[in-house]
Design a protein around this ligand. Structure first.
Ligand code: ADP
Length: 370
């Protein structure tokens, strides 16, 4: 019911007692005019008879009218409180709960359309607040995890560097070969820390939106071919056969070449890190589709199981096999890649079946040749 109609209805309801009183007064005056003498005879025994006729009419009128007014007032106030006050009370109760931080109070509708709309707005607000609180808690949790992960990832290589230095100092590395092996390991561990610090720095800059992209028009296929070439020796050393199927046509995108290189390098490095023992393969493909440039990397590695697949692009997420093995990493590579690709207006996703290899796919918007 619209507000205008409602006001009209309430006004009409309020007019009912007045109308009743008016009708009764007219009736009473009529009756007194017609049967005044008989009535006076009927009431002859009472004290009332001693009063003048006008007062008598007023008294009879009042005796009938007052109960009508009271009954109508009770009825109207009941009706109003059911229709308006109760839902308003519920609303204010809910707001009070929200102020105390309890977001579980549901703002249920009322049969009144305006109040129902108001309740719906409050319910929307409550659900939005609940969502924000959940997000904040999740962020807080992620930050706690981040701190725990950073300290773990730093402590592990530092502990082993200390162990190897002690080995050299205490003379355990007593041959030139052993010393050489210890020093190489120290160097690799230091490199891992450096890599982690760099990843952390770029990850937090991306999270804070503080990364400056220097975008230029570049032929992404030419760049991809260059990277495939660059990694061919690493892949060969890892016993991975590389195949490259990239369209000869150029495909121009507006991109920061250094950041895109980081994305491709991370995916190829993962194909090496997560390979199965023995000979492996990596197929790099690039083609132009109506939706943009589609790039894919299919490896024959250990794969990612269904449970882990939705999380591999989350910051610090490491799959079970990688966490439990000696494979270096801190779970930042793919989350950095996802952010870079989405900042370029693209999308990155993965397809995999545990034990059957992984396919990483990237789609990027092309710029039309003019
Ligand atoms: P990191 O390699 O440092 O652990 P990433 O963000 O690059 O971190 O990858 C996250 C997780 O995704 C890895 O820990 C691993 O479990 C899984 N993963 C990524 N790429 C592959 C792949 N090619 N094959 C199997 N698992 C992969």
């Amino acid at each position: 019911m619209s507000a205008k109609r409602k006001v009209l209805t309430y006004t009409l309801i309020m007019l009912i007692p007045a109308a009743l009183i008016f009708v009764l007064s007219v009736l009473l005056i009529g009756i007194f005019l017609m049967y005044g003498a008989d009535i006076e005879l009927m009431l002859a025994d009472t004290v009332y008879i001693s009063a003048p006729p006008v007062i008598r009419i007023i008294v009879v009128w009042a005796v009938i009218a007052i109960p009508i007014v009271i009954i109508s007032a009770v009825f109207i106030s009941n009706y109003m409180s059911k229709k308006l006050l109760l839902p308003l009370e519920n609303l204010s109760k809910g707001v009070e709960q929200m102020k105390k931080g309890d977001l579980t109070y549901e703002f249920v509708g009322s049969d009144d359309s305006e109040l129902r709309a108001l309740c719906a707005s409050f319910e929307g607000l409550r659900l939005q607040l609940q969502k924000n609180v959940r997000k904040t808690l999740q962020k807080e949790n992620e930050q706690k995890m981040l701190l725990a992960n950073i300290s773990h990832d730093i402590r592990t290589p530092v502990t082993s560097i200390k162990g190897y230095v002690e080995g050299i100092r205490d003379g355990i590395a007593d041959t030139p070969e052993k010393r050489d092996h210890y020093l190489r390991t120290i160097y690799l561990k230091a490199e891992a820390i450096e890599q982690m610090a760099e990843n952390l720095s770029i990850y937090s800059k991306l999270e804070l939106g503080r990364v400056q992209y220097s975008r230029k028009k570049l032929d992404i296929f030419a760049m991809l071919k260059g990277i495939a070439e660059e990694f061919s020796l690493d892949l060969q050393t890892a016993n991975i056969e590389q195949t490259v199927e990239i369209t000869d046509e150029p495909a121009f995108v507006m991109a920061d070449s250094e950041k895109m290189r980081r994305v491709f390098a991370n995916i190829i490095t993962n194909a090496i890190k997560y390979k199965k023992p023995g000979k492996g393969s990596l197929a790099i493909k690039g083609e132009l589709t109506p939706n943009g440039v589609l790039i894919s990397f299919s490896d024959s590695g250990i794969g990612i199981n269904e449970k882990e697949l939705p999380h591999i692009f989350d910051g610090f997420y490491r799959g079970d096999p990688s966490r439990n093995s000696k494979i270096e990493g801190n779970g930042l590579g793919l989350s950095i890649s996802r952010r870079i690709v989405s900042d370029h207006g693209g999308k990155i996703w993965a397809k995999s079946e545990g034990g059957k290899g992984t396919e990483m796919l990237i789609i990027l918007p092309v710029i039309k040749e003019s």
